[in-house]
Design a protein around this ligand. Structure first.
Ligand code: NOJ
Length: 570
């Protein structure tokens, strides 16, 4: 029986490469993670999602798995992992594993077998098709594009066959039509459940099912060529139900899917409790409010109305049907204080705390990405070679290949790069930001670490970390913060975001100035009924009293990026 513990959970995401390096070899590791569990618990988190720890050749830094039942040796051993699970559970921290099963590494034994002979039974574990003959050339079986640029097909040696890869060419897509593949996957999931893990985050889950027969995408408006044939495919619900029946439902689990531009209808169906598929999915629509057309390397001025749609729509859709997640950062996005047209040099604390209050008072389980809780900022990369993410290089090469000057291409990459959140965590101002004892890390440290680091944040008068603690505490002390129905106010307001959460007569009201201008907000309810429970503008360490103007004090003056949470208890 599922207790649905995730409804009250707060999840902290760790990208193991960069969290804490205990043996000073340049890579974060399990021992380093264990040394920081108390820190995570003190924040108020109740679960940890680990980005992949499995054996991997790291073409996509762990998201290309070559052995699903082994821990990569740079992170430690299976014994270390077992101890990690025990140490987490001892502190009431649930363990959520990343599960990357849309594709495997091309170094996985299944793939090696598959390409070793056209008669191999493993051939059908992947999506392998004959190329098309065009004059003297063999061209890919369809015009589908990889999410990481270029064709989604790679030729197998000098044969006429190609395999599908929706990401790097070292990540071959699995053939979910094959029942043996699904059986293997269920076996892998249950292997980890039996080890004591509490749930999974599924990588790009809504690409598991493809449309067959393979055909060209001739539509003009696809987000990515081929997407209509591999996003929310025809057997998605059936596959998820099978996993649920043979795995998730047998344990007191939490499953959350990372979706790639799902349709509204599919998104709702994936999480509808009675459907027995996933418990929740991530929606990233609000994170596209500062880029053009969902393409994160192309900035545009921040659009608060788009943020509101992307933030509220999934909450409204899931409320009463299933569950939702609340996200600001992850290993695929830059730091939140450096986006949404925010001047981080001037408003780092105010913006970091405002974004947190707005996001984590919403309906769904909060996900916090390591370092976000202390307002860590983007890295000031000086050249493309400092970036380790293959995607930064693919897109840079594409842009310069089209003739864009290198400096301009680098500027675009620097805006949206995943590298920003993947540099080693700045714990303090010692060498390498306290990530290790001085060995060169796998990825450069943020040169700002002497001024911006976790220790300094916690000790400073305006601490983002301490604000997060208070904020997360509200979810423990106010049921309505977890269970409350959401109502948005003043949607058209281009500076203020405001909503309430109501449950059994109790109400929380969240309002924030999402701009650098002092703004007057006409409060839509009787203000005197409410008590302030959180305010990111403090006086002597206590929430500042709110300045009111107008008749009956109904208008609030909100300073730049000010966020307040008000509570009404009948
Ligand atoms: C989504 C993951 O979050 C990302 O980091 C990875 O590169 C792709 N899926 C491919 O696995």
């Amino acid at each position: 029986m599922k207790s649905r513990w995730y409804k009250n959970a707060v999840v902290y995401q760790i990208y193991p490469f960069s969290f804490m390096d205990s043996n000073n070899d340049g890579f974060g590791d399990i021992e380093g993670i264990i040394s920081k569990l108390d820190y995570i618990r003190n924040l108020g988190a109740t679960a940890i999602w680990f980005s992949p720890l499995y054996k991997s050749p790291d073409y996509d830094y762990g998201y290309d798995v070559s052995d699903y039942k082994a821990i990569d040796e740079k992170f430690g051993t299976m014994e270390d992992f077992d101890r990690l699970v025990r140490e987490c559970h001892r502190r009431d921290l649930k363990v959520i594993m990343d599960m990357v099963i849309n594709h495997t590494s091309t170094e996985h034994p299944w793939f090696k077998e598959a390409i070793s002979s056209p008669d191999s039974p493993y051939r059908d574990y992947y999506i392998i098709r004959k190329g098309r003959i065009e004059g003297a050339n063999v061209i890919p079986p369809s015009n589908w594009e990889s999410t990481f640029t270029g064709s989604a097909w790679e030729r197998i040696g000098d044969s006429d066959d190609f395999y599908l890869h929706l990401f790097c060419k070292e990540q071959a897509d699995l053939n979910w039509e094959n029942p043996d593949v699904r059986r293997e996957i269920i076996d892998i999931l249950n292997f980890w459940f039996e080890k004591g893990v509490d749930g999974f985050r599924f990588d790009v889950f809504n690409m598991f099912s493809k449309v067959y027969p393979i055909q060209d995408d001739t539509s003009k408006d696809s987000f990515q060529k081929g997407a209509p044939y591999y996003v929310d495919g025809p057997r998605m619900h059936e596959f998820l139900k099978e996993l649920n029946e043979k795995s998730f439902s047998l344990y007191d689990s939490f499953t959350v899917g990372e979706s790639f531009h799902p349709s509204e209808e599919a998104a709702r169906d994936y999480v509808r409790e009675e459907n027995g598929e996933l418990d929740a999915i991530f929606s990233f629509g609000h994170l596209d409010s500062d880029n053009i057309g969902g393409k994160k390397f192309f900035p545009k001025p921040f659009d608060l109305l788009q943020f509101k749609d992307g933030f509220f729509n999934p909450q409204r859709a899931a409320y009463g049907e299933g569950w939702n997640t609340l996200v600001l950062e992850n290993h695929d996005n830059p730091r939140c204080v450096n986006r949404f047209s925010i001047n981080a040099a001037k408003y780092r604390y105010e913006a970091a705390t405002m974004l947190a209050a707005v996001t984590y008072m919403g309906f769904g389980t909060p996900f916090i990405y390591m370092g976000q809780e202390a307002g860590l900022v983007n890295c000031d990369f000086k050249k493309i070679d400092e970036m380790m993410d293959p995607v930064s290089h693919f897109v840079y090469d594409l842009m310069t290949g089209y003739g864009m000057p290198k400096w301009l291409a680098f500027r675009f990459i620097k805006y949206g790069a995943r590298d920003h959140s993947r540099v080693p965590i700045a714990w303090d101002d010692s060498a390498n930001g306290g990530f290790n004892d001085g060995h060169a890390p796998w990825q450069c440290v943020n040169p700002k670490y002497p001024e911006i680091n976790i220790k300094k944040d916690i000790e400073s008068e305006k601490s983002v970390y301490r604000f997060y603690r208070k904020l997360l505490r509200i979810r423990k002390t106010h049921e309505e913060a977890v269970m409350g129905e959401i109502q948005e106010y003043d949607h058209e307001n281009r500076r203020v975001i405001a909503y309430s959460r109501t449950y059994q007569g109790k109400k929380l009201f969240i309002c924030a100035n999402f701009s650098k201008h002092t703004t007057i907000y006409n409060f839509p309810d009787e203000l005197s009924k409410y008590k302030i429970v959180l305010n990111n503008y403090q006086v002597d360490g206590r929430p500042a009293r709110l300045p009111f103007v107008g008749k009956k004090g109904q208008k609030l003056i909100l300073k730049p990026y000010q966020a307040i949470v008000l509570s009404y208890q009948p």
